[in-house]
Design a protein around this ligand. Structure first.
Ligand code: ATP
Length: 331
């Protein structure tokens, strides 16, 4: 279920309708938690490959020594530890879709080989001279600014051109506040079912409260907050203020009590009324970071805007767990 397909994501969904049925490579760009994988799966499901495998590979999670073998497979004995022949992700996705998540994390050497497979539609397993034909649709995603990565020579320009046939820019949640209501309702319903609790829907006032948050973790963060709110509310209400408070404040505030977590809820809710100052500070810092494109220091940095020392700002960023990265679209 893609929430927002009739609102903030409507334009994107219309584009996806056009591209899904083709075999075009798609590059999905967006901050962490904006729904890149959700979109990749949707493209696959709308394509003629829907009955074939959809394989997701987190390129950032594989060590550079193993990446070739993981992507392209290997022959028995091709390196120490290669005790048997192995088909790589490309071969496993044959006929279907390979979703290369965090593609910017690939080493430059792996990028060369990836480009070759995409262009030629064939690969060689590690330790083999034999060309194997593969029919794979590639969808790649990253939260990084690839143009910047190319500039810093961390990403190959030719691969970017090849991947960037059809770019999809997913906006961060703070730029699609109109979806917070539907997303919260959806997550509240799924949380209730998972937790076997009665469904509690967010009130209008709670939606407005949620819309004031900056959501550096985007939809994933909202999902976590709503689930926590359902637990804290024990099936009677969504305890949203407490859920956000626990996330943003020092968790030790509620730990010293020897009583159970559930018994602490009343206390936490009482403390939550004092949490607003933290919330304001976080939002203000986020606003300054957005204005300064994530720069902390320097004449155009966020510290200057806020009138504080960069080191003070850094310690606040750490304290509040703020993500200082700017919006990462291809510019
Ligand atoms: N539009 C949406 N409708 C419903 N659920 C969504 C939507 N967007 C994201 N989600 C949910 O939010 C969570 C994060 O989404 P997803 O994993 O697709 O994000 P991502 O951008 O791929 O994250 P990362 O960059 O960290 O890999 C998932 O649980 C997903 O189901």
């Amino acid at each position: 279920m893609i929430i927002g397909s009739q609102t903030s994501l409507k334009g994107i969904m219309q584009q996806l309708e056009l591209v899904s049925t083709t075999d075009s490579t798609v590059l999905i760009l967006g901050e962490t938690g904006t729904g890149k994988e959700v979109i990749a799966r949707h493209i696959h499901q709308q394509s003629s490959r829907q009955q074939q495998p959809f394989i997701r590979v987190n390129c950032g999670a594989i060590s550079s020594e193993l990446i070739d073998s993981e992507l392209f497979g290997h022959e028995k004995g091709s390196f120490t530890g290669a005790t048997s022949q192995k088909r790589g992700w490309f071969e496993q996705a044959d006929g279907g879709t390979l979703f290369l998540d965090e593609v910017a994390e690939l080493s430059l050497a792996a990028q060369v080989r990836l480009l070759r497979v995409i262009q030629e539609g064939s690969l060689r397993r590690v330790g083999s001279e034999q060309e194997i034909k593969v029919d794979v649709r590639v969808i790649a995603a990253t939260h990084k600014n690839l143009a910047e990565e190319v500039q810093h020579k961390r990403f190959r320009e030719d691969l970017l051109f090849r991947l960037n046939v059809f770019p999809v820019n997913l906006p961060p949640l703070r730029q699609r506040l109109e979806d917070i209501s539907a997303l919260s309702e959806y997550f509240a319903t799924t949380a209730a079912s998972v937790l076997s609790l009665p469904i509690c829907r967010p009130t209008q006032q709670q939606i407005q409260y949620l819309q004031q948050h900056s959501w550096p973790g985007n939809v994933r963060e909202l999902q976590g907050v709503i689930e926590r709110a359902a637990i804290l509310g024990r099936g009677q209400k969504l305890a949203i203020e407490s859920a956000l408070f626990i996330k943003n404040s020092d968790i030790r505030l509620i730990e010293p009590e020897e009583t159970s977590f559930a018994e602490n809820i009343g206390e936490v809710q009482h403390q939550a009324s004092f949490a607003k100052l933290d919330e304001v500070i976080i939002q203000h810092i986020n606003q300054a970071l957005r204005k300064s494109y994530g720069r902390v220091e320097g004449p155009f940095g966020a510290a200057k805007l806020l009138g504080i020392n960069p080191s003070t700002l850094r310690s606040k960023i750490r304290k509040y767990g703020i993500n200082p990265a700017p919006a990462t679209n291809l510019r």
